[in-house]
Write a protein that binds this ligand. Structure first.
Ligand SMILES: [Zn+2]
Ligand SMILES: [Zn+2]
Length: 212
């Protein structure tokens, strides 16, 4: 099953131009099996996901609510972005990476290091955690991302292998409709609900893919 697991909607991410209903229709047009909503610091409430499904008349597309969390260390230095799944409340942006990972693991969820080597606008730092991954117990790493060049992907692969094979994912991080599905994750297990999704990620039953 192919999912785009990194998506932003204007419903909850001010930086995105994507209306959630358009996102769902686009995902269906592309033939995706599922999507994950990863708005910044906010998890879509269950009833809103349900309303979205109903408004779009969706039956087959699996919609998983997650969130993307930007972490800061004690002195408000940015540590990077992380995708979180399997935690029921919205986590905002006040946590350090270590605090986030501990909290998510206590609740049975998974943490993916998002675009670890995506460069900042000035190009001198990363918006992702970069080499800081070495000090953190992330469950998966986002290898394929529109702003990861070959060197970034190689670095992620080498690090994941050096740790005995941390599972790798792909996601478009779409903030505009045309980017949806640019990078995706192939699930090698049936995923019909959030628990399946979290289990497959934790067990590494995933492969990153460019486009579908
Ligand atoms: Zn991000
Ligand atoms: Zn994002």
């Amino acid at each position: 099953m192919v999912f785009d697991i990194h998506l932003h909607t204007r419903n909850y991410s001010g930086c995105s131009s994507i209306e959630a209903e358009d996102l769902v229709r686009r995902a269906e047009e592309l033939g995706l099996d599922g999507i994950a909503l990863t708005d910044h610091g906010i998890r879509w409430p269950e009833d809103r996901v349900e309303a979205l499904r109903e408004a779009c008349g969706v039956h087959d597309l699996v919609i998983i609510p997650g969130q993307e969390i930007t972490c800061y260390n004690g002195s408000w230095k940015r540590e990077g972005d992380f995708l979180v799944f399997g935690v029921k409340e919205s986590l905002g942006s006040g946590l350090s990476a270590r605090e986030l990972i501990n909290l998510v693991h206590e609740q049975g969820g998974v943490v993916i290091a998002a675009h670890p080597y995506k460069r900042s606008r000035r190009g001198d730092t990363y918006y992702g955690v970069g080499d800081g991954m070495a000090d953190l117990d992330v469950d998966c790493i986002e290898a394929l991302h529109p702003e990861h060049d070959d060197a970034a992907i190689q670095k992620v692969r080498a690090f994941a292998e050096s740790r005995g094979g941390i599972p790798l994912t792909g996601g478009s991080d779409a903030h505009e409709l045309s980017m949806v599905g640019a990078c995706t994750t192939l699930f090698h297990a049936p995923v019909t609900c959030e628990q399946d999704f979290v289990d497959a990620l934790r067990k590494g039953k995933v492969t990153p893919r460019w486009a579908k």
